[in-house]
Design a protein around this ligand. Structure first.
Ligand code: FAD
Length: 609
């Protein structure tokens, strides 16, 4: 018998792509005991995904990870759309930037996936976590015992890991004959997350189906430095030629990525492509045809290339027993048109990280994880719907005039981007009513959408009038941010309401005392920030840093529009920002107990409360 190494861990993450790395980084930063494994011998050198949406940049900024991406990446400030011209070539139908109608701090950016992963790995290293590679799971078992599953301290998931030898391929079928004890390890985990990509081993081990269609759309992708007379080569471009579509993505270091729809390639009966039958010059030849009348020189070299088939599918479930979960490409696949792959994936990780931290700290019951499945699977379904509509509109013939029966009008094409701008940029992603999204009282902050991310805004620190971007006060540190907007406190009624909040928070029944665990710092779960329209004595505050004012700055014309931009009146409001930056609830200033009720829906009260 082989004697196996045995170990325990709180969270085992399988797969160190953008999803697994962001999740591991976030968990490690939250002090969670986490391990991350990957089957590759080394990290990917070039290629794969590259587009980062404004919302994803906000998220990365909240983890302190955006700087290296913004420093090295390309930015997109304009886009163009091309459609068939009467002479059989292409002509520009649109040049604008409709992707960003709403306030956000960032423009779209692009950077190769490997450099993005490097930023995450460097950040993780600071918390003592490194990717273990090449390592694969070869067996996974979840305990059937209800008692074990219900015990927060238990390790109900058993995973057998195999360290691969140099050059060894991942062929699970032959593992039995190759096993050597020193290469195997039995890990007992509280939670396992499969972030192992579109062909997820974890998903298959759990028996979770992918629901949807494997389309016959085949795309070639080439990264190279272009020589061309095409005028918009340095912009995000969607091109529909009479022969097929292509998408242009400007990139770092003079590179451009071109996605080319390969309409004449047959997919075999198993739905797979034999990549060995193609080379990047085949893809360029097709692109040259689509670019006509513009010329694209055949590149001397390529930074990266690939060819793949698009599936538009979503996993039927994101978890089994709330102990093994899947995230990222393991749960959803779609076309590259909306540039969503890596963004949707990293946002899965962001949604899951704080929930796992709460459950592991026993601050919340395991049922909090149900909201991960509900929120992110619903988003993925909307994403597939959007993808289908986007592919249909962008690939359709543009009508010369309304009398033509087939095709879309120029207006419909332009509207596609405008209508879905919130979705494409990630800014308008909406989580629906649940234990962590209370949609009552929308009129108290009329310009906020409860369930969407809290918009940015400028406020001044009361103590020294230093301007702050609110988002910089909402780091992803797993805490709920409780924004108290007292309104016009020159009105004695408003002042009395503010004082009543301070009194309530000092009482054992108030949410601050009720849910902060015994022995933990007072701000362990709740970061209370007051934003007033007038100077107030700092009675409510644990620290001067937490008092802000909505006023114009002395040193520039910024500030003074915060209440108006959120649609909050002089009667004030309390706004709860979840640890992932989404609006969880809005309450009336004199109803702080409603906030307590909201938290009691998913947080454990301290035992003596
Ligand atoms: P991935 O980035 O796929 O990462 C999964 C990780 O899990 C990988 O590091 C993999 O090595 C590891 N893994 C897989 N199986 C196991 C296992 N059994 N054990 C241990 N580790 C495992 N997106 C685009 O937008 N444009 C593109 O051109 C593009 N090209 C791609 C080309 C390839 C070859 C691949 C694989 C993906 C491509 N993508 C592309 C998709 C894009 O990379 C993903 O949408 C995005 O990276 C999602 O991240 P993820 O971490 O969920 O998955």
């Amino acid at each position: 018998t082989i004697k196996l190494l045995e170990s325990q861990v709180d969270v085992l993450v399988v797969g160190a792509g953008p999803t697994g790395l962001l999740l591991s980084f976030a968990l490690a930063s939250a002090g969670v005991n986490v391990r991350v494994i990957d089957k590759r011998e080394e990290r990917i050198p070039t290629g794969h995904a590259d587009g980062i949406h404004p919302r994803t940049l906000e998220v990365l900024q909240s983890y302190g990870l955006a700087d290296c991406i913004l420093r090295d990446g390309a930015r997109m400030h304009a886009m163009a759309s091309y459609n068939p011209s009467p002479d059989g070539g292409i002509m520009r139908s649109l040049r604008s930037f409709p992707l960003q109608q709403r306030a956000t701090l960032f423009q779209q950016a692009t950077l190769t996936q490997s450099r993005i992963e490097e930023c995450f790995r460097d950040g993780m290293k600071k918390n003592g976590v490194e990717v273990e590679q090449p390592v694969v799971p070869i067996a996974l078992e979840i305990s059937d015992s209800k008692a074990i599953l219900q015990s927060p301290a238990s390790h109900p998931v058993k995973v057998v890991l195999k360290r691969l030898r140099p050059g060894e391929t991942v062929d699970h079928a032959t593992f039995a004959s190759q096993m050597v004890g020193s290469e195997l390890e039995v890990v007992r985990a509280k939670y396992v997350v499969g972030a192992d990509g579109a062909h997820s081993w974890v998903r298959r081990a759990l028996g979770i189906d992918m629901v949807g269609e494997a389309t016959n759309a085949v795309w070639g992708v080439v990264d190279f430095v272009p020589v061309t007379d095409f005028p918009d080569i340095r912009m995000f471009c969607s091109v529909t030629s009479p022969h097929g579509s292509l998408v242009i993505i400007p990139r770092e270091d003079d590179l451009v990525r071109v996605y080319v729809q390969l309409t004449e390639i047959e997919v075999n009966q198993t739905g797979r492509l034999d990549k060995s039958k193609f080379n990047p010059y085949d893809i360029i030849k097709v692109a040259q045809r689509y670019f006509y009348p513009y010329k694209l020189a055949t590149p001397k070299s390529f930074d990266w290339w690939t060819i793949y088939i698009i599936g538009q599918r979503v996993a039927s479930s994101y978890s089994v027993k709330n102990r093994v979960l899947i995230a990222g490409d393991a749960c959803h696949t779609h076309s590259p048109k909306g540039g969503q792959g890596m963004n949707a994936s990293m946002n899965d990780a962001h949604n899951l990280a704080w929930k796992l931290a709460y459950v592991l700290r026993q601050w919340a019951p395991t049922s909090l994880l149900n909201t991960y499945d509900a929120e992110r699977r619903n988003f993925a379904e909307e994403l597939i719907d959007f993808d289908k509509r986007c592919v249909k509109v962008v690939s359709a013939k543009v009508k010369a005039d309304d009398s033509e029966a087939e095709g879309v009008t120029q207006g419909e094409l332009a509207n596609m981007y405008t209508t879905h701008a919130g979705f494409i940029s990630g800014i308008g992603i909406q989580y629906h009513a649940s234990m962590i999204v209370n949609v009552s009282n929308p009129s108290l902050a009329a310009n906020l959408v409860i369930g969407q991310r809290l918009p940015p805004g400028i406020i001044l620190r009361m103590a020294n009038f230093r301007p702050f971007e609110l988002h910089d006060l909402l780091p992803s540190d797993t805490r709920f941010k409780v924004l108290i907007l007292p309104g016009d406190i020159s009105d004695p009624k408003q002042k009395a309401k503010l004082n009543a909040i301070a009194t309530r928070l000092d009482q054992p029944e108030g949410f601050l005392k009720r849910f902060t665990p015994p022995g933990a710092p007072e701000d362990a779960i709740f970061d209370i920030i007051t934003i007033s329209t007038q100077m107030i004595p700092p009675r409510l505050l644990s620290h001067w840093e937490k008092a802000y004012i909505d006023a114009e700055s002395f040193c520039g014309r910024i500030g003074g529009k915060f209440y108006a931009s959120y649609g909050v009146s002089n009667h004030g409001a309390i706004i709860i920002s979840r640890p992932d930056g989404y609006v969880g609830m809005v309450a009336a200033l004199d109803d702080v107990d409603a906030v307590g009720e909201y938290f009691s829906g998913f947080l454990r009260a301290r035992p003596d409360a």
